[in-house]
Design a protein around this ligand. Structure first.
Ligand code: C2E
Ligand code: MG
Ligand code: MG
Ligand code: MG
Length: 276
C-alpha cells in the first residue's frame, strides 16, 4: 500500500524509488473512487484589496480528505489527476461548484479558479465555463481563472484562442505563480492578462531578500504601467504585508489574513467582517 506519513494535518507520500509507481497507481484508483463523493471539496482563501481593506474575492482550492490517508495535498493528487486524465471531469466539477457557491456570496465578491493546462487540451473549456456561469447565474466578471505559464508554453495558438473566448465572455484571466517560469515576462506580451499573482516563494523572502524585493518592485511597476491588477500569494507576516502595500500592490492573499476555509465558513467570515 502507499505509504503516507503525517506532517501537520497534511499527509505526504514518502515512497521509496520502487514504491513510487505503486503509490501513484493506488492514489489514482483512490482518486477515481473519491470523485463524485464528498471526499472532494473546495476550500476558499480570501484575496484582500489592500486599498479598500476588504475581501475582493476568494480562491477556490481543491481539498481531498481520504478516509484512511486523511488530507492529501493538491501537490500530490493534482499531478495524479493530470496523468490519469481525471483532471478534466474534476476540473469541470470545480468550475461548476465554485460558480454555484460564489453565486450565493454578496456582489461584487468574486471567485478565482485554478485551471490545469490539460483542461485546455482537446477543446471544450470555454463551453464548460459558459455552462458553469449559466447554471449558477454568476456574473462572468466575478469569475477569475488562474493559469500558469504552461498554458502559453504548450501553445500552438489554440490556448490563446480559448483564453480570448473566455475573456470575450467577460471572465478575468490571472497569471498565477508569476516569476517561477522561464519567461514570465514574454507571456505578458502574448495575452492581455487582467491580473498577475506573484509566486509565494518571492513573498516568503521579503523584506530581506534583495532579489525578491527587486522582483516585487518590478511587478508593481509593470502592473501600474500596463494597467494589470497585481496580487501576491503567501503573505504570512505583518512586515510582508506592509512591504507589498508600500510597493503599491493591489491585493494580497495568505495565512496572515486567513487559511483556506470550508465553503460554509465563507458567509460567516463575511458576516463577521460586516460585509454580509
Ligand atoms: P496555487 O494556485 O498557487 O495556490 C496557492 C497555494 O498556496 C495554496 O496551496 C494555498 O493554500 C497556499 N497558501 C496560501 N497562502 C499561504 C501562506 O501564507 N503560506 C503558505 N505556506 N501557503 C499558502 P494548496 O491549496 O496546497 O494548493 C497547491 C496548488 O495546487 C495550487 O497552487 C494550485 O496550483 C493547485 N490546485 C489547488 N486546487 C486546484 C484546482 O481546483 N485545480 C487545479 N488545476 N489546481 C489546483
Ligand atoms: Mg492559484
Ligand atoms: Mg498561485
Ligand atoms: Mg503558487
Amino acid at each position: 500500500r502507499a505509504k503516507l506519513s503525517g506532517r501537520g494535518t497534511w499527509c505526504r507520500f514518502t515512497p521509496g524509488m520502487e514504491g513510487e509507481l505503486r503509490a501513484r497507481q493506488e492514489l489514482r484508483t483512490a482518486l477515481r473512487r473519491a470523485f463524485g463523493t464528498d471526499e472532494l471539496a473546495l476550500h476558499y482563501q480570501p484575496l484582500v484589496n489592500l486599498r479598500a481593506g476588504t475581501i475582493s474575492s476568494f480562491e477556490a482550492l481543491l481539498r481531498w480528505r481520504h478516509p484512511e490517508f486523511g488530507m492529501v495535498s493538491p501537490a500530490d493528487f493534482i499531478p495524479v489527476a493530470e496523468e490519469s486524465g481525471l483532471i478534466k471531469p474534476i476540473g469541470a466539477w470545480v468550475l461548476r461548484t465554485a460558480c454555484a457557491e460564489a453565486a450565493g456570496w454578496p456582489e461584487p465578491i468574486g471567485v478565482a479558479v485554478n485551471l490545469s493546462v490539460l483542461q485546455f487540451r482537446s477543446g471544450g473549456l470555454a463551453q464548460i465555463v459558459r455552462e458553469a456561469l449559466d447554471h449558477s447565474g454568476l456574473v462572468p466578471a466575478r469569475l477569475q481563472l488562474e493559469i500558469t505559464e504552461s498554458v502559453l508554453l504548450d501553445d500552438n495558438g489554440a490556448n490563446i484562442r480559448t483564453l480570448r473566448d473566455l475573456r470575450d465572455m467577460g471572465v478575468r484571466i490571472t497569471m498565477d505563480d508569476f516569476g517561477t517560469g522561464y519567461s514570465s515576462l514574454s507571456y505578458l506580451r502574448q495575452f492581455p492578462f487582467d491580473k498577475i499573482k506573484v509566486d509565494r516563494s518571492f513573498v516568503s523572502e521579503l523584506p530581506e531578500g534583495r532579489e525578491s524585493m527587486a522582483v516585487i518592485r518590478a511587478v508593481a511597476g509593470l502592473g501600474r504601467s500596463l494597467g494589470i491588477v497585481t496580487t501576491v500569494e503567501g503573505v504570512e507576516t505583518e512586515l510582508q504585508l506592509a512591504t507589498v502595500t508600500a510597493e503599491g500592490f493591489d491585493e494580497a492573499q495568505g495565512f496572515f489574513f486567513s487559511q483556506p476555509i470550508p465553503a460554509d465558513q465563507v458567509r460567516r467570515t463575511l458576516a463577521a467582517l460586516g460585509i454580509l
